[in-house]
Write a protein that binds this ligand. Structure first.
Ligand code: SAM
Length: 257
């Protein structure tokens, strides 16, 4: 696990989230509230034994206390749980923490890169890699009633593929196909009738005259058919730190399916 953290910078990324939050607190407010509200709405039509929260991080966008009152057990799953969060959780007895790579591919990518760098190595197709994860890292016997994927879908591919881009082993098309593969695997792991999926899917960048300079697609797969949905904008960076001198806004979609 520590090698994955080193190579893909997961912990640095998590620190980046909390630092940006402190800079953008007011701007993030409505996004965080909308996310929590949607999760609680989606929780209403589910059985109340096991909830699984994917990408729980700093709990910024997760109504942990409310969920712990609705469900018998709440699993919080992330690549890393900060000590401040573990401390906060001490007062809530029905929370369980799991640290795992939700893609199940991070370790395999490192092995693949190491193999590919050997002399005369045969090229391994990224989309042939098999994820090493099932049931979100929870024991197989435990069946979730409610699965929440929180502002995670487009994060899953970013750190892995930015590492891959630096290795110069794969073409932009191969990397784009792999991003799609990671995201589709994630959607396939979510169970119909039990899922709340919330994700930013488009990045908009505005200049100081409020003119759109450019946009980036962040999700490359189709959203599943939903029972209900909501959409909003997340004022992610209004201070030109994420993209220099630009204001960055994410379009967010929340679906229950
Ligand atoms: C944008 S944050 C979502 C906000 C988060 N709920 C919070 O309140 O901090 C995405 C979260 O997904 C986690 N994450 C990213 N890639 C992951 C992976 N491959 N496996 C597990 N967790 C991952 C990050 O560590 C981070 O906590």
């Amino acid at each position: 696990m520590s090698k994955i953290h080193r190579k893909f910078k997961y912990k640095i990324d998590q620190k980046g989230i909390i630092n940006r939050y402190f800079h953008e607190k007011e701007n993030w407010k409505s996004h965080l509230e909308n996310t929590k509200k949607f999760i609680l709405k989606s929780a209403k039509n589910k059985n109340n034994k096991i909830a699984v929260i994917l990408g729980s991080g700093w709990w910024l966008d997760i109504p942990v206390i409310e969920l712990s009152k609705i469900f018998e057990t709440v699993f919080l799953i992330d690549i890393f749980h900060q000590k401040e969060i573990l401390y906060k959780a001490k007062k809530i007895p029905n929370l369980k923490f799991i640290e795992t790579d939700i893609t199940g591919l991070a370790e395999t990518v490192l092995e693949t890169v190491a193999l590919s760098q050997k002399r005369n190595a045969k090229k391994i197709r990224l989309t042939d890699l098999i994820p090493k994860i099932s049931n979100f890292g929870i024991p197989e016997i435990i069946k979730p009633d409610f699965i929440v994927s929180v502002n995670l879908l487009n994060q899953l591919d970013i750190l892995i593929t930015s590492y891959l881009k630096n290795q110069n082993l794969y073409s932009p098309k191969e990397i784009k196909d792999f991003q799609k593969y990671i995201q589709q695997n994630h959607l396939n792991s979510l169970k119909v009738n039990k899922t709340c999926l919330i994700t930013d899917y488009k990045e908009l960048n505005f200049n100081k005259n409020n003119v759109l300079e450019y946009e980036n697609q962040l999700v490359f797969v189709d959203f599943p058919k939903n029972k209900f949905e909501d959409n909003w904008e997340w004022k992610f960076d209004m201070n030109g730190r994420y993209n220099k001198n630009l204001q960055t806004i994410f379009k967010v979609r929340a679906i229950d399916f």
